[in-house]
Design a protein around this ligand. Structure first.
Ligand code: FAD
Length: 187
């Protein structure tokens, strides 16, 4: 049983997994290797001079794994309510999680399959998005959405930021108090 299952390991999903795993939550990150970010050359990501999209995506996955997240290659085909949370089924096997974060980029098939409320997108080339409140909550309690699929501006710094924001909200809900993750520079 995972505390948090994250679908999609692009900037939004991997960033959420970094915060979730680093907070000590049992975190599963499932990805089908279809990130649009892998076609990007990025020079506008604060703090990073320049980076190829594939390197950014790989670095993000490795950071999440460094803090103990489990990374699984696979395509999520369904998410169903279960006694303790949700059963997340991929094309190979299924997993149990208390909370689920959808960070599936431009892909809405899982959201539509599970009947989440969707609305028209407002960003260029983004047709439909998952309807969320400001915290990332969707129309199904316990399922959250982050990044492009949640309608934020389609830029790595913003989708990664949104993934972190939503993860902090999920961690805070699990902890029953607001969560902060600050490391201090060693003297
Ligand atoms: C050509 C190009 C150039 C770009 N250049 C820049 C730039 O210079 N600067 C900038 O800031 N941004 C740029 N971007 C945009 C940037 O890539 C996106 O903004 C953004 O970061 C998307 O992040 P995301 O995590 O929301 O989605 P993605 O990066 O698309 O990640 C979504 C992930 O979800 C996974 N997924 C989806 N459905 C499932 C499923 N059912 N099961 C399992 N996994 C699933 C996919 O495999 C994918 O890995 C560019 C994009 C493109 C296409």
């Amino acid at each position: 049983m995972y505390d948090i299952v994250i679908v999609g390991a692009g900037p939004a999903g991997a960033s959420a997994a970094i915060f979730a795993a680093k907070s000590g939550k049992k975190t599963l990150l499932i990805d089908s290797d279809q990130s649009v970010t892998k076609r990007a050359w990025i020079e506008n990501h604060y703090g990073v001079n320049e980076i190829a999209g594939p390197d950014l995506v790989e670095t993000g996955k490795n950071q999440a794994k460094k803090f103990g997240a489990t990374l699984v290659d696979g395509k999520v085909v369904n998410v169903e309510k279960s006694d303790n949370g949700f059963r997340v089924a991929t094309d190979q096997e299924s997993y149990e999680g208390q909370h689920v974060i959808l960070a599936t980029g431009f892909l809405l098939d899982v959201a539509e399959k599970i009947g989440l409320k969707t609305i028209p997108g407002t960003e260029p080339r983004v047709k439909t998005i998952i309807d969320t409140d400001g915290s990332g909550k969707t129309s199904v309690n316990g399922i959250w959405a982050a990044g492009t699929v949640a309608g934020v501006s389609v830029h790595t710094i913003i989708t990664a930021g949104d993934g972190a924001k939503v993860a902090v909200n999920v961690i805070s809900e699990l902890n029953g108090e607001r969560y902060v993750d600050h490391d201090v520079l060693k003297a």
